[in-house]
Design a protein around this ligand. Structure first.
Ligand SMILES: NC(=O)c1ccc[n+]([C@@H]2O[C@H](COP(=O)([O-])OP(=O)(O)OC[C@H]3O[C@@H](n4cnc5c(N)ncnc54)[C@H](OP(=O)(O)O)[C@@H]3O)[C@@H](O)[C@H]2O)c1
Length: 208
């Protein structure tokens, strides 16, 4: 699969490494330009390409958005529109600036990512600490395999993203639709950064 990743920090570069190792074609972008990612592409290899954000979005059958939430207005809307967009972002007002409709809970950061991108947004990889994402992938059936909560409104998009999660050593757990489900794995929830296997993650999500 062709995967474009916008954001080359802790989460974006970790996902690039896993997806490239799984045999996917991966293009990655940051805000400062592809030339600043030469070290990363040399380190990961496997055909990982450094590109601009618009190129990453255009390249991917799946586009991952993994940037500070406060910068989502900079995303390349034309290229992301209609795509499967994986939103790893979390709203941290101290970092991102306050947004009244997020502070009062009337909407969620992922719904705003959907409004900005026009994509089929799947919220995933937002609730796992990046070092666990890097180090704790395990084969299917391993009792130590960790779960990753996933929410979204498009069943097909969710299935594709869930498949990618399984391939890199984690179990996806469906938290529900983007708005209601996404609220269950935002910062401050019981599953946020919790290191749980799938059955325990599902139990917590479904009593939330
Ligand atoms: N760290 C974690 O454990 C963790 C876990 C789950 C979710 N998250 C969330 O996932 C997102 C990414 O987190 P992170 O820790 O990976 O962040 P990070 O290490 O600070 O990296 C952020 C990346 O986003 C890039 N970026 C910023 N604005 C951009 C733009 N307009 N276009 C393209 N790239 C842009 C930055 O590029 P430049 O350096 O060139 O500006 C940088 O590569 C955040 O919303 C975070 O809250 C983080």
């Amino acid at each position: 699969m062709r995967i474009g990743i916008i954001g080359a920090g802790h989460i974006g570069s970790t996902l690039a490494r896993h997806f490239a190792a799984a045999g996917h074609q991966v293009a990655i972008a940051n805000s400062r330009g592809p030339e600043t990612l030469a070290g990363l592409t040399a380190d990961i290899g496997g055909g990982l390409r450094a590109v601009t954000a618009a190129e990453a979005a255009g390249f991917g059958e799946v586009a991952v958005v993994s940037i500070p939430y406060g910068r989502i207005d900079e995303l390349p809307r034309n290229e992301l529109s209609g795509k499967i967009v994986v939103d790893t972002c979390n709203y941290y007002p101290q970092r991102d600036g306050h947004e009244a409709d997020l502070d009062d809970g009337s909407t969620t950061s992922s719904e705003k990512v959907r409004a900005v991108t026009g994509g089929d947004v799947v919220k995933a990889f937002n609730a796992i600490f990046w070092e666990n994402l890097r180090d704790r992938g395990r084969p299917e059936g391993d009792p130590e395999r960790l779960a990753i909560p996933v929410s979204g409104d498009d069943a097909k998009a969710k299935k594709v993203v869930s498949g990618l999660i399984r391939e890199i050593g984690f179990d996806p757990v469906d938290a529900g639709p983007l708005a209601a489900g996404g609220r269950k794995h935002q910062p401050g929830t019981d599953v946020y950064t919790a290191e749980l296997p799938a059955a325990d993650m599902a139990a917590v999500l479904h009593t939330a």
